[in-house]
Ligand binder design. Structure first.
Ligand SMILES: C[S@@+](CC[C@H](N)C(=O)[O-])C[C@H]1O[C@@H](n2cnc3c(N)ncnc32)[C@H](O)[C@@H]1O
Length: 251
């Protein structure tokens, strides 16, 4: 199996797709095919290469369908500006997901309510941070029920950041603030409760950051995604659509 350990999966997929097109072009010299046949051949090569490169199974479907979908879409003669517009919208929503492997998806109201139980006691003036704060729902909910805390969000994608900034600014959530930036630049020693709903990919690195920076007595909560080889002190099963689990560590 060929491995591309340093490259994000999306970049690996792109390189394999280019290789597949070159292989299909060479094959065409031996046996010419109509455009859709050529596209299917590209897809077949791309899926096979992705399999040998050890990409996750769902990448194989994407790789197989990519060039055939291009050929089919070209047949519809859709204005190219529409593709550019769609690309720009996806760019500002998902931004560096191809690298971070943490896309935008939102935690449920039931998760927000379950988090209330992990806020420090009333009157302690605590600080809470949501690492990758999305549209700011966690922050605005918690500040509504527990206005005695300070709530901070860090978000790297431009549109979710702008959305949450406007939501906080015009929703009157004076205990909330959101910053545009990377969670890796956030100093976790300032917070009593650190919340993250990310993906399996950054959890090991995030755990090391939390261990190095968080103060004794503070609480680290990951929604759904476990830390490899670290059993949580507490787990809460949330009865929502995703069957979310809160994994809680007391530092
Ligand atoms: C799964 S969503 C969670 C949103 C929100 N916390 C919630 O619970 O509804 C993860 C968010 O993290 C953001 N993100 C991913 N990597 C990040 C990074 N390195 N720094 C800041 N935000 C990041 C993504 O843009 C996305 O909005």
């Amino acid at each position: 199996m060929i491995r591309f350990p340093e490259l994000p999966p999306a970049v690996t997929a792109l390189l394999l797709q280019v290789t597949a097109v070159l292989l299909a072009a060479l094959s065409m010299r031996v046996a010419p095919l109509p455009p859709l046949g050529f596209a299917l051949l590209c897809g077949t090569y791309a899926a096979m290469l992705s399999h040998f490169a050890g990409q996750a199974r769902w990448w194989l479907y994407i790789q197989f369908l990519f060039v055939p979908a291009l050929v089919v879409m070209l047949a519809f003669d859709i204005p190219s500006e529409l593709f550019l517009a769609a690309f720009l919208v996806l760019l500002v929503v998902y931004w560096s997901t191809f690298r971070t492997q943490v896309p935008l998806y939102l935690s449920s109201n039931k998760v927000w309510r379950a988090l209330e139980d992990f806020l420090p006691q009333h009157g302690t003036g605590f600080r809470f941070v949501d690492l990758g704060s999305g549209l700011g729902g966690v922050l605005t909910h918690l500040s509504g029920v527990r206005p005695d805390g300070q709530y901070t969000g860090v978000e790297s994608a431009p549109l979710p950041f702008l959305w949450s900034w406007l939501r906080i600014r015009f929703g009157g959530h004076r205990q909330c603030a959101v910053h545009w930036g990377s969670l890796w630049d956030c100093d976790l020693s300032q917070y009593d409760v650190v919340f993250a709903y990310l993906s399996p990919v950054p959890m090991k690195r995030l755990w090391h950051k939390a261990r190095a920076e968080m103060r004794p007595g503070s609480v680290f909560i990951s929604s759904t995604f476990a830390v490899p080889e670290q059993s949580p002190h507490d787990t809460v099963q949330v009865d929502d659509l995703h069957r979310s689990t809160l994994l809680v560590w007391r530092m």
